[in-house]
Design a protein around this ligand. Structure first.
Ligand SMILES: [Zn+2]
Length: 142
């Protein structure tokens, strides 16, 4: 996501390079990396305990190049930023929707592995009872 822009050689000027948007990409990289992703993950995990949901970390590699219908991975399937057309099975759709389906499938696979790894009858839950309102706790007699 934060890979630097590739240099574009100038065919009419050997040894020279064409503009490749490196300054814009550099600014985007700086903005992405300055967001504090670890704290975001901590906040998401904290909220998930109260709501009984599960946070699953999925490696993002190749999720935008993998076909959600047949599983074939090919960078050429990504016709543009928005269009995905599989080179193997001709499945087509919006590239972001295709990637989201791949990420969902990977997350469900991780969750299924966790559930099958637990012994029978041992319900593993990450749900925590809400602590309640801070004022409510302080008003209780001791
Ligand atoms: Zn396909």
């Amino acid at each position: 996501m934060t890979r630097r822009a590739q240099p574009v050689p100038d065919p009419s000027n050997p040894g020279g390079f064409l503009p490749n948007g490196a300054a814009a990409k550099s600014g985007l990289n700086r903005a992405i990396l300055s967001k504090g992703w670890y704290r975001f993950e901590q906040a998401l995990t904290s909220v998930s305990r109260y709501t009984g949901t599960t946070v699953v970390k999925v490696p993002a590699a190749f999720t935008s190049q993998r076909c959600s219908a047949c599983g074939h991975v090919d960078p050429k399937s990504r016709e543009s930023q928005a269009v995905f057309r599989c080179t193997h099975c001709a499945h087509s759709g919006h590239a972001d929707v295709n990637a989201a389906k791949n990420i969902l499938a990977a997350g469900l696979a991780v969750t299924a592995c966790r559930e099958s790894a637990a012994p029978a009858g041992a319900a593993v839950t990450s749900t925590q009872e809400p602590a309640g309102n801070r004022e409510e706790l302080m008003l209780q007699p001791t």
